[in-house]
Design a protein around this ligand. Sequence first.
Ligand SMILES: Cc1cc2nc3c(=O)[nH]c(=O)nc-3n(C[C@H](O)[C@H](O)[C@H](O)COP(=O)(O)O)c2cc1C
Length: 378
Amino acid sequence: MDPAPSLKIGPYAVDPAVVLAPMAGITNVAFRQLCREFGSADSLYVCEMITARAVVERDAKTMEMITFGEGERPRSMQLYGVDPKSMAEAVRIVVGEDRADHVDMNFGCPVPKVTRKGGGAALPYKRRLFRQIVRAAVRAAEPAGVPVTVKFRIGIDDEHLTYLDAGRIAADEGAQAVALHARTAAQRYSGEADWTAIARLKEAVTNVPVLGNGDIFSAQDALDMVAKTGCDGVVVGRGCLGRPWLFGELQAAFRGQPPPPPPKLGKVAEILGRHGALLADHLGEEKGVRDLRKHMAWYLKGFPVGSELRRSLAMVGTLAELDDLLGRLDHDAESPVDAEGPRGRQGSPAKVVLPEGWLDDPEDDTVPLGADVMHSGG
Ligand SMILES: Cc1cc2nc3c(=O)[nH]c(=O)nc-3n(C[C@H](O)[C@H](O)[C@H](O)COP(=O)(O)O)c2cc1C
């Protein structure tokens, strides 16, 4: 086996070199804690996307979303922004008020509502503006010693690849690591991630760690990505939806230990109960249990669960009801054979909607109007 990579992001040794990908609506404090309970306390678990503008305006819902668990270290926050000024101001607030220990920047969002305005995955095409935003964040974080990392896609589409420039620029400006989701924005979540792009980015960016992201659904996928690309760490998103124990499997694999046995349905029920309890702790019972509903199909995927019970679980309203329903599952049912296959959103490719004339001049550093969305969490 190739040696597992060793990863340092600023002052933090990330060990094993595994990162929970930021996922809006998913990686809240409860889900991060659950993943950490299975994985290593020294891996990195990134929060849901927070928009810089909302931090600057101290939007109440956003400030509430910036919640970390007791003892959660490093507190890893992802910021989205399109304007160097508001990005700098947001980072100053975050580090000045000691609200996070690590800032990741999101330049990968493919959602039309965002790219249409020039935000998300559309932005790195404007390389001067991209540079200014990264620089603004790094400078604002520097006095507090908070490392900044940058996450992006391969490009807008096959004709407009931006990742090599983005990687070099981010590293140049003092980002402490770069992460590549190896798809174009046009691919959204469809098809396969092109891991050869991760290898190319690794060749192009030699002074900071390069993290690979896309289609890690099993511990073996993570080992394969490292072996094929030479990346310094892996970022795992959809693979852990309904499978937070993947972090235990990843930890074992990276440490050369035998994998923990896959959970039977009884164990999954226990984990679901724990997830529900953590969500209820952080959001209150009503909101917490409602939030758990979206995870239900992922947890139960491939297990023999009658359609009526499945439906009831998907509409569960209280912790007591959850407990009762989970008790009715067949606790001895074995983990499904295809548990490690793709899961979560896939969708289909689509032409990326961009502002009029966006592709005309990559050097234009005008801040795009209206792209500084206020809505944190996607
Ligand atoms: C539900 C969902 C929400 C996401 N939200 C974000 C986000 O807020 N910020 C971000 O940088 N990427 C976000 N992503 C992208 C993931 O971080 C990751 O790059 C992508 O899912 C590819 O990795 P995977 O194949 O391991 O899932 C999201 C993905 C999903 C599925």
